[in-house]
Design a protein around this ligand. Structure first.
Ligand code: EZ4
Ligand code: CO
Length: 432
């Protein structure tokens, strides 16, 4: 565990107090980096009236940048601030840095924001979703990740997920002619190891994978046809294109998958150029989900205002926390666009709990991604959310409902880990 701590003694006469005369102050903030199963960055804020709050700032493969941003540049600003002023703190951190947006900055702001919401809800004695307007539904529909190198293995994986309680399933498969494809758990990656819970591998260098879009486009529709034949028309099925197609290729895949009635096709093309989605949209009625690599509402401006997507994929952890996500999702709601909050294993249980409270409260909820964490993660993060019959619920503990066992965290030191990258057959780097 790496731990960066800036603590100050109790009392109100500190020179760092930006908000003199506030009834409550932040007296300590710890940035805790721990690696049970994988790396996580957690911010713990402590107030002088005895509350603590947790926020997730994990950025897969770039964890230490967020830890440094927090410890070196944000924690010194927090000491002495009024923890009750969440909106003010959000605006202060966003505007005072001068340099706006970006995944590192927005993950750091998210960590502070979520920790302050945790504190506010604990102080109110309520689960966070109550402060967000209360429950709009009984539970939060979740989807899991099934995958296989061939159809029998894929079918087994889908059945295993159904047994675990999932009622919506993401389907990823190997493709003939490609050695290592994103999202296939049983497939040894170029590093020789299984993907298992997630693609980032603990190693000094990133693993190299390969890609062939034409082979993928030929193979995938047949896989969905086989899955529909085996599992019937009811089961909601999802697929992640993981940014690999051009807009015209994405348009073709969307069209080819229409007979199999996908819940969504995710990241069908890289979306920095939002206008590219106009072309995809013109050609297919397959619902589209985008945004897990985005970090502000501005990344969505055209996508939302022109109704070019159906689901917003941002993570609370990467998009400035509850405060910013609530605004983003309320904006999307005006255009009949729903939430599909990112929930891979690189979102810590703290970030997952924040997502679940939002999911339960907002009206335009769509679906929640849910991959289980490993046993070591569950030892470090004590969680009160539940998963029953396909639905997640954040629980009724005051706050987020997650606590960090710091002694357990200390047993799992940071380990360098990278996401893989892609090369085409001729050696050209391709989007991963
Ligand atoms: O590759 O979170 O939809 N889920 C995904 C994830 C991402 C990882 C990257 O850190 O695309 O598996
Ligand atoms: Co994705």
């Amino acid at each position: 565990m790496l731990r960066y701590r800036l603590s100050r003694p109790r009392g109100r006469d500190r020179t760092r107090s930006y908000q003199k005369g506030t009834p409550v102050q932040i007296i300590a903030a710890d940035v805790i980096v721990t690696s049970p199963d994988r790396n996580f960055v957690t911010l713990k804020i402590t107030t002088d009236d005895g509350f603590t709050g947790l926020g997730d700032g994990t950025l897969n493969g770039r964890e230490l940048s967020v830890a440094s941003y927090l410890a070196d540049h944000v924690v010194p600003l927090l000491i002495g601030r009024d923890p009750q002023r969440i909106e003010d703190t959000w605006q202060f951190l966003y505007r005072s840095a001068y340099w706006r947006r970006g995944p590192v900055t927005m993950a750091a702001i998210a960590a502070v924001d979520v920790a302050l919401w945790d504190i506010k809800a604990k102080a109110a004695g309520m689960p966070l979703y109550q402060l967000l307007g209360g429950a709009s539904r009984n539970g939060v529909m979740a989807y899991g990740h099934a995958s296989g190198r061939d159809l029998p293995e894929l079918f087994d994986s889908i059945r295993r997920h159904l047994e675990l309680g999932y009622r919506s399933i993401r389907v990823q498969t190997s493709v003939p002619g490609i050695n290592a494809v994103y999202g296939v758990a049983a497939q040894p990656s170029a590093g020789g190891r299984r993907y298992d819970y997630e693609p980032a591998q603990r190693a000094a260098l990133p693993a190299e994978e390969d890609w062939d879009t034409r082979a993928y486009l030929r193979h995938l529709p047949g896989v969905f046809e086989a899955v529909r034949n085996e599992f019937g028309p009811e089961l909601p099925l999802l697929h992640d294109g993981h940014h690999r197609m051009t807009p015209i290729q994405a348009a073709r895949l969307g069209k080819d998958l229409e007979p199999y009635d996908l819940f969504w096709l995710e990241d069908c093309t890289p979306a920095e150029n939002q206008e590219a989605l106009r072309l995809v949209r013109r050609h297919t009625t397959t619902p589209l989900a985008i945004g897990e690599v985005f970090n502000t509402v501005w990344d969505y401006q055209t996508l939302i205002s022109e109704q070019l997507i159906d689901y917003v994929r941002s993570a609370v952890t990467h998009t400035g926390g509850i405060t910013a996500m609530r605004k983003l999702l309320d904006y999307a709601a005006q255009y009949q666009i729903k939430s599909g909050i990112h929930g891979p294993t690189d979102i810590s249980p703290v970030g997952m709990a924040a997502a679940l409270h939002l999911d339960l409260a907002i009206h335009n909820f769509g679906i929640q991604e849910y991959m289980r964490h490993g046993p070591a993660t569950d030892e470090v993060f004590l969680q009160s959310f539940s998963f029953t019959d396909g639905y997640l619920h954040p629980g009724e503990q005051p706050g987020l409902g997650v606590e960090l066992d710091e002694q357990a965290a200390a047993r799992f030191p940071y380990q360098p880990a990278y996401l893989p990258f892609n090369r085409l057959k001729d050696g050209t780097i391709h989007d991963w």
